[in-house]
Structure formats: C-alpha cells, structure tokens
Design a protein. Structure first.
Length: 162
C-alpha cells in the first residue's frame, strides 16, 4: 500500500538575502510540480521529486497565513508525468536545498525558468507561535502573501512581476 497522510501544515516563508546557506546544505533535490487546481481555497498539486512523486491537496490558508490542511499521497512517477501534462499552464521547476539551523530545518527553494531569480525559505513549525532562530541569510517574511504561493506562481510567474 502506498502511504498517505493528513496534517495541518504550519510554516513560515521568507525571501532569502544571499547564497550563504549553500555551505550548510545537507540535501539537494530537483522538483517539478504543476497544479490541477490552484484556487486559493483548495489546491491540487502533482509533484515529481527526483525519483518520487506525490499528489497533494491543500486547503485554505488560515487568517495568519501560517497554517492549512494538507493531504499527500505518494503516486507512481509515470502517473505523475501524465498528470502534469493535464496541469494548468505554468509548471514550476525548482531546486530545493535542505538546511538545518539550530533546532529547525529550512527548505530553500531556488526557482528556475519562468520564476528564475526567486529564492524562498520555508520553516515548518509545531505551532503558529513557535519561536525559532533566524539565520543571517533569511530576509523579509512573506508568510501569507499569496503571490509567493507556488500555486499562484504557476499563474503569474515571478518574471512578470516587475
């Protein structure tokens, strides 16, 4: 049986000021993802991450922009490739770097192609008010700013913001 899980995802997002984090990377992955639905109240994402693939449904973000329902299930990579061909325009490609810092782990997404130049760090928390130390490369917080959601970047790419 392929595993799946339901959770309430609690995370904060930040722009990244510089590439100093790269010396601390413990894992690097290439992700391709598309959205079958990118409605702000619910999104359905297909993601291929190296040799694994997932379908993820996310609910509406809380008022603070920090938490939301998430359901994810691993799927066959060939199925994921077929589903990505059905996704909305604007499939996202990015490199994800995993960086431990103090008691937390940051995931830094360096976007490619249409979203090239955008670098966002996320930190998952156990509760919305959880304190964490900020590394020097962490920039402006963008938690809850919808244009930074991956589901919105597929609709309006970073290169078109200026």
């Amino acid at each position: 049986m392929i595993p799946y899980f339901f959770v309430i995802e609690i995370e904060r997002k930040f722009l990244v000021k510089n590439k100093a984090y790269k010396s601390e990377v413990i894992k690097r992955q290439v992700l391709t993802q598309g959205y079958l639905n990118s409605d702000p109240k619910r999104s359905v994402r297909i993601r291929i991450c190296d040799q694994d693939a997932y379908i993820t449904i996310k609910g509406e973000t809380s008022e603070s922009g920090t938490s939301r329902f998430e359901w994810e299930k691993e799927i066959d990579v060939d199925d994921a490739k077929q589903l990505i061909s059905l996704c909305l325009d604007g499939v996202i490609t990015k490199v994800r770097y995993v960086v431990p810092f103090k008691n937390h782990t940051f995931e830094i997404d360096e976007f490619l192609k249409e979203n090239s130049g955008l670098v966002i760090a996320e930190v998952e928390l156990s509760h919305e008010d959880e304190a964490f130390e900020r590394p020097s490369w962490l920039g402006k917080e963008v938690t809850g700013i919808k244009k930074y959601y991956n589901s919105q970047l597929c609709l309006r790419a970073y290169k078109n913001w200026k």
